[in-house]
Design a protein around this ligand. Structure first.
Ligand code: ZN
Length: 234
């Protein structure tokens, strides 16, 4: 039986790696993205060029890549205030969580992705959440994903599987995974076309890609790049 998957795809490094991970395993892969009143739309604008770039690397992937779903969750910014959805300073909240944490975001994303998957008879949901080398978001944890899988399956009488290829690897290993999946061409595509920076900076180009170089997202991406490059002479 043909296996299909739905990838939560934002246009960033992690979800791009997950997209290719899915294309290398499954017969049919669709993507879903969410707008939620983000301060910066740069990442969303990267989605189509990245999808096109991925299919140009490996002809088999272009046959497997199906439609893209875009879901408007603008209401999230009205009820869930954070440094990503309002003009608030980055840094740490009084409770120790990052100011960029959007309460409920991944819970909603996975729920809506589950609805799309269930209606399209897609059994696998792929998401790039990670609790090894991350920004400290509680909704990226393995237990959160497992609880969501149970809740979705009970609530929709479904048999969805939430798969998290990056959960137990760090950012250096995420770069390494991209290298193994798509070689230099995929690493170059991720550097050039994906976006991670919280500040929406696409003017400063570093060897690991575009970004301010200072925010938490840039710091994780650049630290991972340096360790990835240091591990092997490439
Ligand atoms: Zn940045």
């Amino acid at each position: 039986m043909a296996e299909s998957a739905l990838v939560l795809f934002s246009g960033g490094q992690d979800s791009t790696t997950c997209l290719v991970w899915a294309l290398s395993r499954y017969d049919h892969v669709e993507t879903v993205g969410f707008t939620y009143g983000q301060r910066h739309h740069v990442e969303m604008e990267c989605r189509e060029p990245v999808r096109a770039g991925v299919t140009a690397i490996e002809p088999a992937w272009s046959h497997k890549l199906g439609r893209d779903h875009l879901i408007d969750l603008g209401i999230l910014a009205e009820v869930s205030v954070s440094a990503l959805t309002a003009d608030q300073p980055f840094g740490t909240r009084p409770d120790g969580l990052p100011a960029t944490f959007v309460p409920g975001r991944n819970l909603l994303f996975l729920t809506f992705a589950g609805i799309v998957a269930h209606q399209r008879n897609i059994r696998r949901l792929i998401t790039g959440v990670c609790e090894t080398d991350y920004s400290g978001y509680p909704d990226c944890r393995d237990d959160t994903m497992k609880a969501l899988q149970v809740a979705l399956n009970l609530g929709m009488d479904a048999r969805l599987a939430i798969e998290t290829p990056l959960m137990w690897i760090d950012k250096a290993a995420t770069w390494e995974l991209a290298q193994n999946l798509g070689g230099r061409a995929l690493v170059d595509l991720i550097v050039e076309k994906t976006h991670t920076c919280y500040e929406g900076n696409r003017t400063e180009r570093h060897e690991w890609g575009f970004g301010c170089g200072i925010c938490d997202a840039c710091r994780l991406r650049s630290d991972g790049w340096r360790r990835y490059k240091a591990d092997t002479i490439r």
